[in-house]
Design a protein around this ligand. Structure first.
Ligand code: BEZ
Ligand code: FE
Length: 298
């Protein structure tokens, strides 16, 4: 505590709550707190207090932050997760994803890298037949791609039959179907099951860069930080197979803009892919072979 002659600070010296105050807040947790929650909350309280001290946070600034978080809550529903988006633009979802992925795949090579889920996955995407399309309202400026590959267990080296490959992507107007009343329900998404050789295939669009939603607190914060709102061209994948660790990832067009300054910091070099011309297929002008390695389940 800083020097003061009485408890009311009437000598004009500010009272500063220091490490003893922080310790008293941490020690207010009761004996029924689980060990992990105690560990997480102890570190959180310590870092948040130190952050406030470091920047000498004022009540006006703190209240502006509270209002931003409240705004995120008010805007969120089952189609929109503004809290997650706020975490994304400060790199928190990517960091947590990397910590989780690294812990699970340490000492295993060949596992496809993970990337953030993002807010546009839907749990109710339809199962579709291999070789069919996810693009039902193909836009005039869209390039159709045949994407195909094998899902393999890196532990055994064997292909995995009956794995599910859940795919979703934005259209060339930069919108996912749930953001765009003009697209049909479940356009540009679907779940494919690998065959006996572990193979999957579907037609999709060559992805294009798009802006993340800017009409909420995440957009406002990006603007205040003088940052752009774009993501590089990518396709989302969630791959699951029995006995393996499920993978959530994104693949990035190596020719896209914004690869080096993704607004949500999700790009990894190993996830960059090249689309090549496809011959003798009236349904697609491009092709992408992309095989996926899964780690053993915990
Ligand atoms: C996405 O790629 O869908 C996404 C990821 C994080 C934030 C916003 C969008
Ligand atoms: Fe996306």
């Amino acid at each position: 505590m800083a020097s003061s002659t009485d408890q009311n600070g009437q000598n004009g010296h500010a009272e500063v709550l220091g490490s003893e105050f922080t310790r008293s807040v941490i020690e207010s947790m009761g004996p029924n707190t689980s060990p992990r929650l105690r560990e997480v909350m102890t570190a959180l309280i310590k870092h948040v207090h130190d952050f406030a001290r470091d920047v000498q946070l004022t009540t006006d600034e703190w209240m502006a932050g509270v209002q931003l978080i409240n705004w995120a809550g008010q805007m969120s529903d089952n189609k929109r997760n503004e809290g997650q988006l706020l975490c994304d633009i400060i790199g928190l979802e990517s960091l947590v994803d990397d910590i989780t992925f690294s812990a699970a795949t340490r000492s295993t090579s060949g596992v496809t890298a993970s990337a953030v889920l993002g807010p546009f996955w839907r749990s109710d995407a339809p199962i579709r037949e291999n070789g069919t399309t996810i693009s039902f309202d193909t836009p005039e400026d869209g390039q159709v791609v045949l994407m195909h590959g094998t899902v393999t267990s890196v532990e055994t080296g064997e292909p995995l039959a009956d794995a599910t490959v859940d795919v979703w992507q934005a259209s060339t107007n930069g919108l996912y179907e749930q953001q765009d009343p003009k697209q049909q329900d479940h356009n540009l998404r679907g779940v494919f099951k690998t065959d006996a050789e572990g193979k999957y295939s579907f037609y999709c669009l060559r992805p294009t860069p798009y802006p993340i939603p800017q009409d909420g607190p995440a957009g406002k914060l990006l603007d205040l930080m003088d940052r752009h709102i774009f993501r590089p061209a990518h396709i989302h994948l969630m791959v699951c197979a029995s006995g393996c660790r499920s993978l959530t990832t994104q693949i990035f067009d190596e020719d896209s803009t914004y690869l080096s300054n993704d607004s949500v910091f999700a790009v990894k070099d190993s996830l960059k892919v090249r689309f090549v011309p496809r011959k003798d297929d009236p349904k697609a002008e491009l092709e992408l072979e992309y095989s996926i390695g899964l780690a053993k389940a915990y």
